[in-house]
Write a protein that binds this ligand. Structure first.
Ligand SMILES: *[C@@H]1O[C@H](CO)[C@@H](O)[C@H](O)[C@H]1NC(C)=O
Length: 281
């Protein structure tokens, strides 16, 4: 389902559902890497690959301002050390906003790292990293971003893993005005990605390939509808319900491996203000 935005009274956005068939041909452009980026199965499957010469990437034709964006990914299997699959929303320019998922590959059998970040007005440094509770290379899994004026929620298979709340009231900029496109790319980052750059890409295993399917973007009036039965819905204060909060805490307790909010060495002057805010979640 596609939608487009019409600005009303500067910041509010009316999303008009225009209806489409979630086809990669109609929703995305292959932007680099020549034949390494491919759409097939009648537009229902997309793949990116990386070899010694180049990686590849795609971007959405449309821009989005708020909404829920779902995509299923199946990551590079086997020895994916040194590779990075980035999947993110971004606006353009020096003071751009960005909402990132990045998947850092690993040796066969060793865990991927899911790296997340939020940029507001050109400034990031808000990394949180996670291990996953499944092997992301065996099957497709759904990675979602819910972007509302009140918060950004990252979800994996409908489980919230990270919430970035609007903290404008204490002076932290929040992405609210710049529409974003969806981007993805697969590239070589063996100078830092796996164990901090210690493990290099094994080019004898190239090409490395990641797959995408079931893209869905919807306005946030229907952000949670499918999950009512799992009680994964927001209440009228826009909070996660008890079950979602429990799942979020579970992920953060057992799978989070880095949180900028607790990295005191990195912020000797004090942790960023949004981290000091008491969480409602
Ligand atoms: C790769 O595996 C090692 C060993 O289990 C682990 O320390 C590391 O966090 C994993 N992920 C990456 C991207 O380095």
């Amino acid at each position: 389902m596609g939608f487009s935005c019409v600005f009303v009274l500067v910041i509010s956005c009316l999303m008009v559902v225009v209806g489409s068939s979630n086809n990669f041909y109609s929703d995305f452009d292959l932007t680099w890497g020549d034949h390494r980026a491919k759409i097939f199965n009648g537009g229902h499957l997309l793949s990116l690959s990386l070899d010694k010469v180049s990686g590849s990437g795609f971007q959405s034709k449309k821009e989005y301002l708020f909404g829920r964006i779902d995509m299923q990914l199946k990551l590079v299997a086997g020895n994916s050390a040194g590779t990075v699959t980035a999947y993110y929303l971004s606006s353009q320019g020096a003071s751009h906003d960005e909402i990132d998922f990045e998947f850092l590959g690993n040796l066969s059998g060793d865990p991927y790292i899911l790296h997340t970040n939020v940029f507001t007005q050109g400034k990031g440094n808000r990394e949180q990293q996670f291990y996953l509770w499944f092997d992301p290379t065996k099957n497709f899994h759904t990675y979602s971003i819910i972007w509302k004026p009140q918060h950004i929620i990252f979800l994996v298979d409908k489980i919230p893993i990270r919430v970035f709340k609007n903290a404008e009231s204490i002076g932290v900029p929040f992405p609210k005005k710049q529409p974003m496109r969806i981007y993805s790319s697969l590239w070589n980052a063996d100078d830092w990605a796996t164990r901090g750059g210690l493990v290099k890409t094994d080019w004898t295993k190239a090409p490395f390939t990641a797959y995408y399917r079931n893209f869905n973007a919807m306005p946030c009036t229907s952000c949670w509808p499918k999950y009512k039965s799992l009680s994964l819905q927001t209440n009228n204060k826009d909070e996660l319900d008890a079950n979602s909060r429990r799942r979020l805490r579970w992920v953060q307790k057992y799978f989070m491996i880095y949180n900028y909010c607790t990295d005191l060495k990195r912020f000797p002057q004090g942790i960023p203000s949004e981290c000091r805010q008491r969480s409602r979640f």
